[in-house]
Design a protein around this ligand. Structure first.
Ligand code: HEM
Length: 396
């Protein structure tokens, strides 16, 4: 299906500001959208996105999931490890990492997450006015991943700076900016040093478990291990950051829902935010063969974008999808993906959100404010959320 006056590019700043009207048009007018200029196809209906997540024989991850030209291709696994693999290679690699990334290791992090959240919140709540993103939401998830991986506390600010730089995208640039690529190289060197150090002197952390053949059953190369660390940092930090920021923002915009959240429905707050304003908006797949979809033929080898942010607002799957409602049934949302690549860190992301939002509810009054003049969005093709969100709170 081709619709001439409908233009969708995940690089557009206007789209970043509010993608939902465009998604609604895509679902209604072009469920199999074709962008000739950028050479991609896009699926926006809930059923199609779920099918594509599950049907790895038709929708392959072998070129990665990021659309930028320099990270799309057969080498993508070097940046995002098994997220850029299909079964059976994916099954084996994910299985090995899962032996180190255990539910027990995740659950054991809860007290540390509480301490990290308290440290940021002590300072912020005392000031009364703070940037929810810079002073809390952007910092905490990366600290938690660093804690899990085993990055020493003294190195974390620099690791955070490099990771932020590596994930930053420039307006008008349709590829990875040179500064981001450079930061990625510096981070690689840093992680290689950490791997070497843990081989000589193991500690109680994920890196030590990953380099221990006894734990995961094989010896992974340094290149494979660095890719796993990049995947954990890339997949686990920004997404959780934006879940926190969007939860804070949408509750403020919907006072009745905010009261429900502050009344104790933290789970509903997290799950409805994941559905309503998904941190993970867009992932890519490669058509493994010619695909016939809604009357269009998507040729083998084509890049196909799965618009999870649109699927979660599809009126066919969620009644009144544009209403933010903590009480609704969110069990079908696909913000953590679906099928073989279902998010390995879903439990950790939810735990971080539960601990952090729980502490906020316990410490501040529900009537907090956000300054619209000091609020800005990030510009990314994959994730959606805020770069800054100035808020003022009154301690309880
Ligand atoms: C709210 C927070 C999070 C969201 C919304 C999220 C979302 C997602 C999504 C949509 C996928 C599937 C991507 C695809 O199929 O192309 C995914 C995969 C993944 N996520 Fe998360 N994620 C979150 C938190 C985390 C955390 C905290 C970690 C770990 C530290 C993590 C680690 C991973 C990994 C390793 C994969 C790849 C799984 C595979 O390929 O088998 N995520 N995530």
């Amino acid at each position: 299906m081709r619709v001439v006056d409908l233009f969708f590019s995940p690089y557009d700043y206007e789209f970043h500001n509010d993608p939902y009207p465009l998604y609604a048009r895509l679902r209604a007018e072009a469920p199999v959208y074709r962008n000739d200029e950028l050479d991609f196809w896009a699926l926006s209906l809930y059923d199609d996105v779920v099918t594509a997540f599950r049907d790895y024989a038709a929708f392959s991850n072998s070129n990665g999931v990021m659309i930028e030209p320099s990270v799309w291709g057969p080498d993508a696994w070097k940046f995002i490890s098994f997220l850029a693999m299909d079964p059976p290679r994916h099954t084996r690699a994910r299985g090995l990492i899962s032996r180190a990334f255990t539910p027990r290791r995740v659950a054991a992090l809860e007290p540390r997450i509480g301490e990290i959240a308290a440290r940021y919140l002590d300072a912020a709540v005392e000031r009364g006015s703070f940037d929810f993103m810079a002073d809390l939401a952007a910092a905490l998830p990366l600290d938690v991943i660093s804690e899990l991986i085993g990055v020493p506390e003294s190195d974390r600010p620099e690791v955070r700076r490099l990771a932020d730089q590596a994930l930053h995208r420039e307006e008008g640039m349709r590829d990875i900016p040179p500064a981001a690529a450079e930061a990625g190289l510096v981070l690689t060197e840093y992680y290689l040093g950490l791997l070497r150090a843990r081989r000589c002197a193991p500690a109680e952390d994920l890196i030590s478990a990953l380099v221990d053949e006894g734990t995961i059953g094989v010896r992974l190369t340094d290149e494979e291990l660095v890719a796993v660390l990049f995947l954990l940092v890339g997949a686990g930090s920004e997404t959780t950051t934006h879940l926190l920021g969007s939860a804070w923002y949408w509750a403020w915009r919907n006072p009745a829902q905010r009261d429900a959240a502050f009344g104790g429905n933290i789970t509903g707050w997290i799950e409805e935010t994941l559905r309503y304003d998904s941190p993970a908006q867009v992932v890519a797949r490669r058509a493994a063969r010619d695909l016939d979809l809604h009357g269009a033929r998507v040729p083998a080898g084509a890049q196909v974008l799965l618009l999870a942010g649109s699927a979660n607002r599809d009126e066919r799957a969620f009644p009144s999808p544009d209403v933010y409602d903590l009480e609704r049934d969110t069990s079908k949302h696909i913000n953590f993906g679906n099928g073989p690549h279902y998010c390995l860190g879903a439990a950790l992301g939810r735990l971080e959100a539960r601990v952090t939002l729980g502490q906020l509810v316990a410490r501040v009054r529900p009537g907090y404010d956000i300054d619209p003049a000091r609020m800005s969005r990030v510009h990314s093709v994959n994730v959606r959320g805020f770069a800054s969100l100035q808020t003022s709170v009154t301690p309880r």
